[in-house]
Write a protein that binds this ligand. Structure first.
Ligand code: PGA
Length: 254
C-alpha cells in the first residue's frame, strides 16, 4: 500500500516564533487524532527546520527547496546536506513558484534531486501546467516532460524516494481548484507514465499528491479519488483548524 500524505507548504510565511507555535499545535492535535494511515508533513522555511524538528514527534518536517550545488561559495544558498543536518526528512523540489520566479529549469532540478537523494532526503517533486497550456490541451505533454526531464534519470531504487505533487499552476493560491475528475485524470496519467518507465509495481507504490487551493471544504471530495493519495497544502496549512480538517479527511478515506 502506498503512503498517504498530507503536507503543508508554508511558503514564505510565519516568523520563527509563529512557526514553532503552529508546528507545536499541529503536532499536538495530530497526536490526539492518532491517524493510522496518514503521514503529516510541514514544509517550513529554512530558518524553522531545526526548531520545528524539536517539537515534531508525530509529524515530519520538510524544507521547501535546497541548493543545486553541494557546498562552497554560493552566498545565500542552503545545501541539501545542511537541510538534512537539521533532522529534516523531506524537501519540496520543483514547485511552480521556484520554476517561474527563480528560473529553476529541468537541468537545475536534476542537480537538486541528486543532492537531496545523496543526503537521504525524501523528495516531494512538483509538476503542473499553467492555464494557457491546459487551454491548449497540452497539460499531459507538459507534465510528462517535467517528470521525464526532472526525474527519469533516477534508478528504480532512487525513484522509491520520490513523492509526486500534481499542482496545476492555475489552481495555486487562486481559490480555483481542479475538479476531482480533473485531478484523478491527471494522477492516473502520471501513474501510467511512471509505469511505462519503472513498471507497475513502482507506479502503484508512488504517492501522488494534489495541490492547488486544496482546502478544508474540498479535500474530502479530492481524496475520494483512487489515485489522489493526499495533498500539498499551501494557504490552508497556515491555519491549524483547516489543516486538521484536511488531515482528518485523508484519514477517513482509507
Ligand atoms: P495553495 O498552494 O494551497 O495555497 O493553492 C499550494 C501549493 O502551492 O503548494
Amino acid at each position: 500500500m502506498r503512503k498517504k500524505i498530507v503536507a503543508g507548504n508554508w511558503k514564505m510565511n510565519k516568523n520563527l516564533q509563529e512557526g514553532i507555535a503552529l508546528a507545536q499545535e499541529v503536532n499536538n492535535r495530530v497526536k490526539a487524532l492518532a491517524p493510522q494511515n496518514v503521514t503529516v508533513i510541514v514544509g517550513t522555511p529554512f530558518i524553522h527546520l531545526s526548531e520545528v524538528n524539536k517539537v515534531a514527534d508525530v509529524i515530519t518536517v520538510s524544507a521547501q527547496n535546497c541548493a543545486a550545488e553541494a557546498s562552497g561559495a554560493y552566498t545565500g544558498e542552503v545545501s541539501a546536506a545542511m537541510v538534512a543536518s537539521t533532522g529534516c526528512k523531506y524537501v519540496i523540489l520543483g514547485h511552480s513558484e521556484r520554476r517561474s520566479y527563480y528560473g529553476e529549469t529541468d537541468e537545475i532540478l536534476v542537480k537538486k534531486v541528486g543532492h537531496a537523494l545523496e543526503n537521504n532526503l525524501e523528495i516531494i517533486f512538483c509538476v503542473g501546467e499553467v492555464l494557457a497550456e491546459r487551454e491548449a490541451e497540452k497539460h499531459f505533454d507538459i507534465v510528462k516532460s517535467q517528470l521525464s526531464k526532472g526525474l527519469f534519470q533516477l534508478s528504480t531504487e532512487q525513484f522509491a524516494h520520490i513523492v509526486i505533487a500534481y499542482e496545476p499552476v492555475w489552481a495555486i493560491g487562486t481559490g480555483k481548484t481542479a475538479t476531482s475528475a480533473q485531478a484523478e485524470e491527471m494522477h492516473k496519467f502520471i501513474r501510467k507514465t511512471i509505469a511505462e518507465k519503472y513498471g507497475e509495481t513502482t507506479a502503484d507504490n508512488t504517492t501522488i499528491l494534489y495541490g492547488g487551493s486544496c482546502n478544508s471544504k474540498n479535500a474530502d471530495e479530492l481524496f475520494s479519488q483512487p489515485n489522489v493519495d493526499g495533498g500539498l497544502i499551501g494557504g490552508a496549512s497556515l491555519k491549524a483548524d483547516d489543516f486538521m480538517t484536511i488531515i482528518t479527511a485523508r484519514e477517513n478515506h482509507q
